[in-house]
Design a protein around this ligand. Sequence first.
Ligand code: FMN
Length: 173
Amino acid sequence: MTDKILPLLGRRSVRAYLPDAAVSEAELRALLEAAMAAPSAMARDPWRFLVLRERADLAALADLLPHGQMLRQAALGIVVCGDPAQAHRQEISYLLQDCSAAVENLLIAAHLLGLGAVWLGVHPNEDRVTGIRRQFGVPETILPVAAIAVGRPAEAPEPRTRFNPDFVHAGRW
Ligand SMILES: Cc1cc2nc3c(=O)[nH]c(=O)nc-3n(C[C@H](O)[C@H](O)[C@H](O)COP(=O)(O)O)c2cc1C
């Protein structure tokens, strides 16, 4: 049965990319389409996406993300943001859940397309949130939640399971 979920187990963080290997507009469209197919509370779709392709912009984002240095070699950087006014009950928690689902869908799509990608933490690091707003003209009303580096993979981490039966409570905790 686990072989049926191999495409999911094969989604791994890829942090090394081939130099000068572009991601096409059609691939970018597919990534964004996958992201926007994620579950969203009351289907409010509060996610918004800032797409960075210019080398200088990728370097500027890397300057803001201490654990995002692979962005310097990436073909694409995507900052997943949320609009709190559009979230279910205007609650940040719903916004974060919706945006996280979008990030995961995008990562799985990247893997299915043969691309490499990694989730880069932004929220709740206030310096990263304000730095991204300032650098890329994101309005104060919009919350940058996470960034994703995407490129043609130069490494191939093995599929793996992290299943742990200790984390599962059957019937009653
Ligand atoms: C909220 C969040 C923030 C993360 N931030 C970073 C990051 O800043 N840099 C990075 O290289 N990986 C980051 N990761 C990726 C995790 O390190 C990675 O998913 C984890 O080690 C499991 O490995 P896998 O993705 O290969 O299964 C982040 C993941 C999540 C969910």
